[in-house]
Design a protein around this ligand. Structure first.
Ligand SMILES: Nc1nc2c(c(=O)[nH]1)N[C@H]1C(S)=C(S)[C@@H](COP(=O)(O)OP(=O)(O)OC[C@H]3O[C@@H](n4cnc5c(=O)[nH]c(N)nc54)[C@H](O)[C@@H]3O)O[C@H]1N2
Ligand SMILES: Nc1nc2c(c(=O)[nH]1)N[C@H]1C(S)=C(S)[C@@H](COP(=O)(O)OP(=O)(O)OC[C@H]3O[C@@H](n4cnc5c(=O)[nH]c(N)nc54)[C@H](O)[C@@H]3O)O[C@H]1N2
Ligand SMILES: [Mo]
Length: 600
């Protein structure tokens, strides 16, 4: 509908999430997604785990981690916070563990890296490896790096190796917040492991240098050939059930990712040639008035994006807001000049169309595509499905096109899948026949076969520009704020006020702070403070009534909950290449509240 209408302004949740992965992995190894599958958990002998809170946000993976641990796999974690699920796990399906309270400890090493300190930490690991390798080769000992792989498959290794040799240990220690000896312990594990998974989440992607974070992880993996063999490879943990799949079928603002010629041939129209708007560009467009209308297919845009107050104020300037959703949310309460709330069926609900009950499909983090058929009775007989709503809008706004059978697509979704297959024949061969394959249909992944669809045809090392991913300088009184999810929320939907693994109860207005930073700032536990953005753009952004809560995290770093803290993030504070809002290192200052804030 968007392309026929003539625009590909398709901002989506991926723009706020793993776009740093899509950009970074594509440039480095030629695929925008992870190279691993679930079976790789059974073949790895070490896991390097960066910035993902598995216990709350990907709990099913705890079983794979636990099984790996039981096999003796080393799990080396880098996270500013001691996340409970990464420390230890009691298997709810194991009667003995449940009855005895026995736990499996998960991480074998836990490194509380500074927020934004991962480039430095990974450079430290790489420096050890290069230096050990230099020394070993000088005396004819077995090499530490996989030089066969490096010379056959990669580009720019020597520039990267030189950068590690030149890096200064005191800078690495300062920027990572980790000691040289701690990094040495981690590097030793990496050097002796033969198959390493590099797992990561928002702790790497949501930084000004989030793309470099991802590419540093790839650098590390490439050094010992840890891509394209069993048990090894970059493993981004995605969020929404179909956030990866929607990209695969063309939801993108980037023309070069669209099969323009195929669309032309199939449907006889000229798809837009110019780049569309991503999430950040959309925010800017709403503020400057160049965006006139917003159609939302799911999500809670106004709550998920940065700069909440500015964006809510600008929203009323839109001519039109159309919100297609399964549940009411905050974005629905902020009207444009004309607003439509269109409730729709959800994926678990039965979706009856002319040809019978319909199925949809999703793609998971491991590039497996699964069919999904709703079984629950719809909340109301009046609910329409998403394809129906989109088709009805499209019929009214798109230029007539006799090659497009909107009604036929809605009557039978397998015909939409036929069209997807025709558009992407390699990925979606025999799509309908294979839809319900047990375990899903693996989409295939060229990098996992060591075929590199990059500019150079090789996997590319990157020399990072600097050691900090934060994108701003440290200054007295300036902190790095991480905006986090609690256990009792799913993104912008808050289910409860407890965060049980972190020991937070009854409120979300907490400010997690190191005890010594608290003392140094003259604050006391339980005191109310205001957080103020320190972006230096002259705009006042603040959140009052935050409860000072001493916590085990690195000095200079703070934690608060998303989405409440989004008011503090300037729109301009985003990953350079991917435009992911840099929600894991926001420059802020703390001001003591004179009077208790309202509502606390
Ligand atoms: N229950 C539940 N599950 C979810 C979601 C939810 O809201 N609730 N959301 C879904 C979605 S859309 C997504 S994208 C995923 C998100 O899942 P995660 O990727 O786990 O995202 P966050 O909860 O934001 O937490 C990021 C983690 O990174 C750490 N971190 C912060 N800054 C840094 C840093 O600079 N370096 C390192 N190494 N670590 C850092 C934090 O301490 C935290 O443990 O979860 C998905 N699953
Ligand atoms: N500060 C900060 N900001 C962040 C993040 C962070 O870590 N820190 N994380 C970012 C990330 S990773 C993400 S993914 C985004 C999430 O941003 P969004 O995707 O915008 O937020 P959600 O809360 O997942 O959206 C949930 C809403 O989607 C609708 N919905 C649910 N299911 C369906 C469906 O099947 N169909 C339709 N049509 N509607 C449905 C419901 O109305 C529900 O209220 O937030 C981003 N924002
Ligand atoms: Mo996400």
């Amino acid at each position: 509908m968007a392309r026929l209408y003539g625009c590909q302004n398709l901002p989506d949740s991926s723009n706020m999430c793993h776009e740093s992965t899509s950009v970074g992995l594509k440039a480095a190894i030629g695929v925008p997604v992870g190279t691993t599958q679930l079976k790789d958990f059974k073949d790895c002998d070490a896991i390097f785990f960066f910035g993902q809170n598995v216990g709350s946000n990907a709990p099913r993976m705890l079983h794979d981690l636990r099984a790996a641990r039981k096999r003796g796999v080393e799990i080396i974690t880098f996270n500013p916070l001691k996340e409970r699920g990464l420390e230890r796990f009691t298997d709810p399906q194991n009667p003995i563990e449940m009855a005895t309270g026995r736990e499996t400890s998960i991480s074998t090493q836990y490194h509380q890296v500074k927020a934004g300190g991962d480039i430095a930490a990974m450079l430290g690991l790489a420096k050890f490896l290069v230096e050990w390798d230099d020394a070993a080769r000088a005396v004819g000992d077995p090499q530490v790096l996989d030089h066969d792989f490096i010379s056959q498959h990669t580009k720019d290794f020597s520039a990267f190796a030189d950068a590690t040799r030149a890096a200064d240990w005191s800078d690495i220690e300062h920027e990572s917040g980790l000691s040289r000896s701690a990094l040495e312990q981690a590097a030793e594990v990496y050097a002796r492991s033969t198959a390493v998974l590099g797992i990561y989440g928002m702790g790497l992607t949501q930084h000004v240098r989030g793309v470099e974070n991802v590419r540093m992880l790839v650098n590390l993996l490439l050094m010992r050939g840890n891509i394209g063999k069993p048990g090894a490879g970059p493993t981004p943990v995605r969020g929404h059930s179909n956030v990866q799949g929607q990209r695969t079928v063309g939801i993108t603002e980037k023309t070069d990712l669209v099969p323009v010629e195929t669309l032309k041939a199939l449907y006889g129209f000229d798809p837009p040639a110019e780049k569309g708007l991503d999430t950040i560009a959309t925010c800017r467009g709403v503020i400057d008035g160049s965006v006139k209308a917003f159609v939302s297919l799911g999500g809670n845009f106004l709550r998920a994006i940065p700069d909440t107050e500015r964006m809510e104020a600008a929203w009323s300037g839109l001519d039109l807001s159309v919100q297609i959703a399964t549940k009411l949310n905050r974005s629905h309460l902020v009207p444009a000049r004309m607003t439509y709330l269109l409730p729709c069926l959800g994926r678990i609900e039965e979706d009856m169309q002319e040809s019978g009950a319909q199925a949809v499909s999703t793609e998971d983090s491991t590039s497996c595509i699964h069919g999904s058929r709703g079984k629950a009775k719809p909340a109301s007989p009046h609910l329409l499905s998403e394809p129906r709503i989109v088709a009805e809008i499209a019929k009214r706004i798109c230029p007539p096109n006799d090659r497009i059978d909107w009604n036929g697509w809605v009557a039978d979704y397998s015909r939409i899948r036929d069209a997807i297959e025709a558009t992407y024949p390699d990925v979606f061969k025999d799509y309908n026949e294979r839809l319900f394959t047990p375990g899903g249909v693996w989409k295939g992944n060229k990098a996992s076969e060591r075929i590199w669809e990059t500019q150079s045809g090789k996997a590319e090392f990157l020399v990072p520009e600097g050691l900090s991913a934060a994108g701003f300088d440290d200054a007295t009184g300036r902190f790095r704020l991480m905006t986090l999810r609690s256990n009792d929320q799913f993104n912008t939907t808050i289910y409860g006020y407890d965060d049980r693994f972190r020991g937070v109860k009854g409120t979300r207005d907490v400010l997690l702070i190191h005890r010594e930073d608290m003392a140094a700032a003259g604050l006391s536990e339980g005191q109310l403070v205001t957080l103020e953005s320190d972006a230096g753009d002259g705009m006042l952004r603040q959140r009052a009534g935050m409860i000072v809560t001493p916590y085990d995290l690195p000095r200079g770093c703070l934690g608060a909950y998303y989405p409440e803290a989004n008011v503090l993030i300037p729109i301009a504070h985003h990953a350079q290449e991917s435009h992911v809002p840099a929600a894991k290192s926001v420059p802020v200052r703390i001001r003591a509240d004179s009077a208790p804030a309202q509502g606390v």
